[in-house]
Design a protein around this ligand. Structure first.
Ligand SMILES: [Zn+2]
Ligand SMILES: [Zn+2]
Length: 281
């Protein structure tokens, strides 16, 4: 299986590869820019080369980057949409330069203006980002589903499918966060519920568009709409269901990336990842 966690780039972007390798990961996710600020990080060529050399030497594939947290492509405020577009363009370029497989992003909130208006703004923004005159890279932009709180766009696959259909770009895909799906209300803790979701994904976006999975368990219950990650098997989705997810035939070859408390703090490490790997049939 392709398994990884979100790793820090502190001390140099190449250090991310070392950290992932130490944990026994064969893929990972990074921020290519400080996630809490608009100012893009400038990547120099030598740093990029070092990263690529290590990535290749470690025989890793499928690693992705994650956008900054401030992104809102659905915002009523035009300047915020503009800042979001510019940030995603820069991050996409950097993701491409690093040779990564995609840039995962949150979509944003329409802040009460309604889903339709939100979708219009989002599609217009994504068209601008992916316009061949704006970005030179073909690295895909991957939209992440949300837990369904407030006015966030992208809580289910009908919404994500609508965006993909309208934008119609081969450089646009989707990242499924298992915690968010469960928190929204997809019953992925049961065999039938998981099958139903996979079917829905196939019918709305097409399974080939599902390019990354955030393999997070949930600290909150089904339909809570509250986004709280928990480590594999230790949350409301539970171990049995998480094992079913990593072994589900249609998902097996997609990179699984964990963004969970103990892995992030270092409280859980290689042993925990080895244990998860041992469940993969
Ligand atoms: Zn995310
Ligand atoms: Zn989350």
């Amino acid at each position: 299986m392709k398994i990884g966690i979100h790793v820090s780039t502190s001390g140099g972007i190449d250090q991310a590869v070392d950290r992932a390798a130490e944990l026994g990961c064969n893929t990972f996710q990074i921020f290519v820019s400080n996630p809490r600020g608009w100012k893009p990080t400038v990547l120099d060529e030598s740093g990029i080369q070092l990263f690529k050399d290590k990535y290749q030497a470690a025989e890793m594939t499928g690693a992705v980057s994650h956008s900054i947290y401030l992104i809102n492509l659905a915002s009523p405020k035009e300047y915020l949409r503009k800042l979001s577009i510019d940030s995603l363009v820069t991050s996409l370029e950097n993701t491409g330069r690093l040779g990564l497989s995609g840039l995962v992003t949150h979509i944003g909130s329409h802040q009460g203006d309604g889903l339709e208006m939100g979708l219009d703004r989002v599609c217009e923004a994504i068209e601008k980002i992916l316009d061949g005159n704006t970005v030179t890279t073909t690295t895909p932009l991957l939209l992440e589903n949300t837990a369904g709180a407030g006015n966030l766009v992208g809580k289910n696959f009908a919404e994500l499918g609508e965006i993909l259909k309208r934008v119609n770009s081969k450089h646009l895909g989707v990242c499924l966060d298992t915690a968010h799906a469960f928190e929204y209300g997809y019953e992925i803790h049961t065999k039938e519920g998981l099958e139903k979701l996979i079917k829905e994904i196939d019918q709305t976006i097409g399974l080939d568009k599902l390019q990354v999975i955030h393999l997070n368990d949930s600290m909150t219950d089904l339909s809570s709409n509250r986004d709280r990650h928990e480590d594999f098997g230790e949350g409301f989705i539970g171990k049995k269901a998480m094992i079913r997810i990593i072994n589900y035939p249609a998902l097996k070859n997609i990179p699984f990336i964990m963004e969970t408390p103990k892995l992030k703090s270092g409280e859980a490490g290689k042993e925990f990842i080895d244990e998860i790997k041992s469940y993969a049939k």
